[in-house]
Design a protein around this ligand. Structure first.
Ligand SMILES: [Zn+2]
Length: 325
């Protein structure tokens, strides 16, 4: 069967390649490819599944990209961004990523601990919860040889000079790339246009939402004319979108406070009562991956409210519930 590619030229030598994510509400990943006479750069790879690799390889061929002259930049650890590193990177390739996320891609992730904690928070234990988690199912084969990047590091590809902007929140090691001369921001999953980035945690050791909101302001200070996100449409009004995203989380926090005003709940119960932009009649019947993301998002907001001392945790040996202070 012929492979369908969707490639759009964004600027001279910068291309957006759509990598399909079948049966996933995100629909596709935007992989950005920057060409130069010396080294090329692929920003984000798609999941480790044949549907992604087929389209990636056909697109690279169409763009006449030689993988032996190509480096990779991984905005963050999620499998739709990092899943194909091992399938794409040749021995001489540099694979840029922040250390926090690189270590997780490399296999340093306590999936079993995550499940135990989810069950403590009310997640149904009977489901094959880890096996169905897309982060697990479509993860990279365990690439180890990363070139760690930090805030302010610059990667030069042809005429483009890309500054790394550390933007933790969506993940702890999330990185955007800023091209100052052309006023372009490769925003990864930090800022999306027609959908809202998922701010999730599954262990309460990180206040992801607090970091996320801080780093919306951080990129808001950059002079940007074109935003290139990792999903859906590109756009121009960065600051307008940042305001919308802040309002979205304000509403979400209020929604949770309203739910807890009717009584103490565990995280799973809070997630089940929140409104989700998904087609469903009953939260219980949602596919497991979507329940994971709903619960992770609820937990990130609960952790934020708890840090702000607007809610308190009721911890019993085998369960955790939240209530208003
Ligand atoms: Zn992501």
């Amino acid at each position: 069967m012929e492979v369908i590619t969707i490639i759009e030229q964004i600027k001279p030598n910068i291309y957006k390649v759509e990598i399909p994510l079948p049966n996933n509400p995100l629909k596709s990943l935007n992989s950005y490819i920057i060409k130069s006479d010396d080294r090329n750069l692929i920003i984000d790879t798609g999941m480790n599944r044949p549907e992604c690799m087929e389209v990636m390889l056909a697109s690279l061929e169409e763009l006449d990209i030689d993988l032996y002259k190509t480096d990779l930049f991984i905005t963050h650890m999620h499998s739709d961004h990092s899943g194909n590193i091992s399938n794409l990177a040749k021995e001489n390739a540099k694979v840029y990523c922040h250390k926090k996320d690189a270590e997780i891609i490399g296999g340093n992730y306590a999936w079993e601990g995550l499940l135990a904690n989810a069950i403590l928070n009310g997640f149904p234990a009977h489901e094959d919860a880890i096996g169905k988690h897309p982060g697990f199912k479509y993860r990279d084969l365990g690439w180890q040889d990363f070139t760690y990047v930090n805030d302010g590091d610059v990667i030069t590809i042809g005429d483009y000079s890309l500054t790394c902007v550390h933007t933790p929140g969506h993940s702890e090691g999330h990185m955007c790339l800023y091209e100052k001369n052309h006023k372009i921001l490769f925003s990864g999953d930090h800022i999306l246009y027609t959908i809202t980035p998922n701010i999730s945690i599954w262990i309460e050791d990180y206040d992801a939402l607090a970091d996320y909101l801080l780093n919306l302001d951080k990129v808001g200070k950059l002079d940007v004319e074109l935003v290139l996100p990792a999903h859906r449409n590109t756009f121009t009004d960065l600051n307008g979108r940042i305001e919308e995203l802040k309002q979205h989380h304000e509403k979400r926090l209020q929604e949770i406070l309203d739910i807890l005003a009717t009584g103490a709940r565990n995280t799973y119960e809070v997630a089940a009562q929140m409104k989700w932009d998904l087609k469903y009649d009953d939260f219980e019947n949602l596919p497991t991956p979507q329940k994971w993301f709903a619960m992770g998002e609820a937990l990130a907001h609960l952790t934020y409210l708890q840090a702000k001392q607007q809610i308190k945790i009721e911890q019993q040996p085998d369960k955790i519930r939240y209530s208003l202070v």
